[in-house]
Design a protein around this ligand. Sequence first.
Ligand SMILES: *[C@@H]1O[C@H](CO)[C@@H](O)[C@H](O)[C@H]1NC(C)=O
Length: 169
Amino acid sequence: MSASELKNLILCFGLLFGHLVPEGNKHWSFFLSLRKIVDMILSDFVSTKLSEDLAMLIQQHQLSYMELFKQHLKPKFHILTHYPSLMIKVGPLKKIMTLRYESKHRSLKLLANVISSRINITYSLAIRHQLDMASRLILNNGFENDISFSKRHSANSDFIAYCKEVAEK
Ligand SMILES: *[C@@H]1O[C@H](CO)[C@@H](O)[C@H](O)[C@H]1NC(C)=O
């Protein structure tokens, strides 16, 4: 899964599977605290209270990780502990996340797999990128909002509207 797919899965997971989980399940509370952390990190506004709450939640989350899974913390858990103070220094973390750059890389990575020649691959990618840009400009295409949903799910339009709302957050 791509990072953005995973983000949306985490945000919608409770809605999709919550009804199947028995009450009081420890792993589920663990997931819910992760969901809360993600929600806070993606928030549009920051405050000292939010940052303090986040710090506490992260600490609890990591303790319960070690307790539930009997494993040591990985480096990414340490990186997470910097988020609350970073939030106060630079504002909403959503605005500085690297997801946008990842998606810019994605098209180039896909292209790199398609081009069979390995001689000066960066040059080939640069040319393809320039051609793409030129075609965009000549056709006056700009950037399109091309999210589409299959017809099969159209009965659940409320749910799709909810997911769209979450995805745009
Ligand atoms: C790749 O192609 C560019 C443009 O022709 C050239 O300037 C560059 O030196 C080439 N790089 C390699 C590693 O051959």
